[in-house]
Design a protein around this ligand. Structure first.
Ligand SMILES: O=C(O)CCC(=O)C(=O)O
Length: 306
């Protein structure tokens, strides 16, 4: 784990080690499958992001997993795109992907109060079928996660990982670890690692089943009914909102590209544009527009007779 004031970085979050040498962030990610960067965001930034996410998800996004989330958040909320492409974030991503440039896959989600059981983020990847992805030491695709509230290591809300499971696959027997964090910390994890967020409780599971059973009969959106009931219960109990923002990235190599291509196939309808300001900032950092969401090149568009 790395403290921003520690020995690995220079002023303003700029990388301080020589290019070509593997830095501590890279070493920890490749051995443990996750790192925590402390106090990357100021309290004001945390407050602002919580506000933007809450406002956005009030009227947009999808009801699911007992909460609400928005896929491809950077395409729908300019402030999120600006935040994720700010120097303080990109300098850290560059530190992790160097000597190669950063590639943004385009996977970028924001969520409020969703639940999540144990899983990894590569179940659809072709190399997951025979487990080859877990033996591939060159695979370096990561998710940066901003949890916008304090989550101590024993809290049910905290992100849990099975350290080193990114090299093993789904191994329930490996010990789990709750990652205690403060609201301004960032967690970066290998998309292959087994992880879980706020696990559904017995009440959550029963409510979901109940609404899934009665929803169709009553012409109710069962996911919406589940989320709204859960949020009423949270309000009564005085449970604060749990919010997070995620973005997937990797070095400019074939693994990141094939991971993103696979995402494009699953989200083939997604097209997104970023503002000129955000694109300029990405270009200034040698980063191309995110892969998922890119307009399809004319020769790839199939039409009648093709
Ligand atoms: O809700 C959480 O904390 C888990 C998020 C997660 O599993 C993911 O982004 O892949």
């Amino acid at each position: 784990m790395v403290n921003p004031t520690g020995e690995m970085t220079g002023p303003a979050g700029e990388p301080s080690e020589l290019p070509g040498k593997t830095n501590q962030l890279q070493k920890d990610l490749s051995s443990d499958g996750y790192i925590i960067i402390r106090e990357l965001l100021s309290p004001d930034q945390v407050e602002r992001l919580r506000l933007v996410i809450k406002q956005h998800l009030k009227s947009e996004g999808r009801y699911q997993y007992g909460g609400k989330f928005q896929l491809h958040a950077m395409y729908v909320a300019e402030e999120i795109a600006k935040f994720l492409s700010s120097d303080v974030i990109l300098n850290r991503l560059k530190e992790i992907t160097r000597p190669l440039d950063v590639v943004l896959t385009g996977e970028c989600d924001m969520m409020i109060n969703t639940t999540s059981s144990w899983h990894n983020d590569v179940p659809h990847h072709p190399a997951c079928i025979d487990g080859a992805i877990f033996a591939d030491e060159s695979f370096r695709v990561y998710k940066i996660a901003f949890y916008l509230q304090d989550q101590d290591e024993h809290s049910p809300a905290t992100l849990k990982v099975r350290p080193r499971s990114h090299l093993k696959g789904l191994v329930e027997s490996m010990p789990e670890k709750g990652l205690g964090i403060g609201a301004g910390d960032a967690i970066i994890f290998d998309v292959r690692i087994e992880h879980a967020g706020q696990m559904p409780t017995l009440v959550d599971r029963s409510l979901r089943k109940f609404f899934e059973r009665i929803g169709p009969r009553l012409r109710l959106d069962s996911q919406k009914a589940f989320t709204l009931t859960r949020s009423a219960l949270r309000r009564i109990a005085g449970t604060p909102d749990r919010m997070a923002l995620f973005m997937t990235f990797g070095p400019s190599d074939s693994c990141t590209h094939s991971y993103a291509e696979e995402g494009c196939n699953r989200h083939s309808g997604v097209r997104g544009t970023l503002s000129a300001e955000v694109l300029k900032q990405l270009a200034a950092n040698n980063i191309s527009p995110p892969i998922i969401g890119k307009p399809v090149a004319p020769q790839q568009v199939s039409g009648p007779g093709t």
